[in-house]
Design a protein around this ligand. Structure first.
Ligand code: AVI
Length: 321
């Protein structure tokens, strides 16, 4: 059997109509909202890749540099013959740094809600890592997950959750997610990227780029609703608005209605007042200490942490206790 070219297997995936259901529920609320996980259709994922390369968006290049600079130390902490479990298959550039440094990694298990993306991941990695078992799993890591153990000797697991995606969850949900990841890893550690609190002007610029890519990324939610659900949003009738809420240590993203308008979605009419916001994302920022405290409350033992000279971003190695 050619395990290296395994097909994605579904272990826990969201329902078919989840975008429609979630959007209808979110727009019925008194403070309207759209869940940020719906940013990432094909166009949204391409826009996000473009964000990662923006001069103002320091996160991706800073995290990659940290991974590369500390790869040997990270590999030693992950141990020999590990199964690397990535929560939400993201940039292959990042996991390649780990795979190249890891000591005889046995398997790479990317978890993602998109089977198509996982097929692309497997195709891209199979030739370069012929000895590695590739186990793409279609799964929503927001749900409790039990990953079957690999046959044979006990394989230690090392989790990987880069990109500060943890910041897109409210602190309570972030802690609950960390707890679930710890359960999934069954005693293995977690390597996680976390964006840091910093000069608000720097944060503001990262989410309000001069080229307007983040605005397109935000408005893509409306474009997607029009295409997939037959809605009639006018994307130009909404403005991208992303202030930094310093008291809550987070960027908040909104689409603000520029006029009084109504939109029809799945046979239902929704009214928008002029100036009415639709909340689309939070991106929480932590200090190194506040993140380590949260990880400890989630049952991890925070061990190593790496940061850059300007303390823009951090990468943490959390051990299961
Ligand atoms: C994926 N996530 C960590 C990004 C962030 O920075 O919160 C998503 C993003 N939203 C706007 N720009 C990037």
């Amino acid at each position: 059997m050619d395990t290296n070219l395994a097909r994605p297997q579904t272990i826990a995936s969201p329902g078919q109509n989840s975008f429609a259901d979630s959007l209808l529920n979110g727009l019925r609320k008194s403070s309207k909202e759209i869940a940020c996980k719906y940013f990432y259709d094909e166009a949204g994922s391409r826009l996000f890749d473009a964000i990662c390369d923006l001069p103002e968006y320091y996160q991706t290049r800073t995290e990659m540099a940290l991974l590369a600079r500390h790869a040997a130390e990270i590999a030693a902490l992950m141990g020999d013959g590990a199964e690397i479990v990535e929560f939400g298959a993201g940039s292959l550039r990042k996991v390649r740094i780990l795979l190249d440094a890891a000591r005889n990694p046995r398997a790479y298990t990317p978890l993602d809600i998109s089977g198509d993306y996982l097929r692309h991941v497997v195709r891209s990695l199979a030739a370069d890592y012929p000895a590695l078992i590739l186990r793409p799993l279609v799964a929503d890591f927001m749900l409790p997950l039990e990953i079957p153990h690999l046959p044979g000797a006990d394989t230690p697991r090392a989790g990987f959750f880069p990109g500060s995606t943890i910041g897109n969850f409210k602190p309570d949900a972030a802690m609950a997610l960390l707890r679930r990841m710890r359960a999934t890893l069954g005693g293995g550690g977690l390597l996680i990227g976390v964006d840091l609190v910093k000069d608000p002007a720097r944060l503001h610029a990262a989410y309000n780029d001069a080229a307007g890519i983040t605005a397109l990324f935000n408005k893509n939610l409306l474009v997607r609703a029009n295409r997939e659900l037959g809605a009639d949003f006018d994307p130009d009738g909404f403005a991208h608005y992303a202030p930094y809420n310093a008291a809550a240590h987070r960027i908040e993203m909104y689409l603000v209605s520029l006029k009084r308008q109504s939109v029809t979605l799945c046979g239902q009419r929704f009214e928008f007042a002029q100036g009415e916001p639709v909340h689309t994302e939070d991106s929480h920022k932590y200090t190194i200490e506040s993140f380590r405290e949260m990880a400890a409350r989630a049952g991890f033992n925070p061990r190593a942490v790496w940061t850059d000279q300007d303390r823009l971003f951090s990468v943490h190695w959390l051990e299961s206790r």
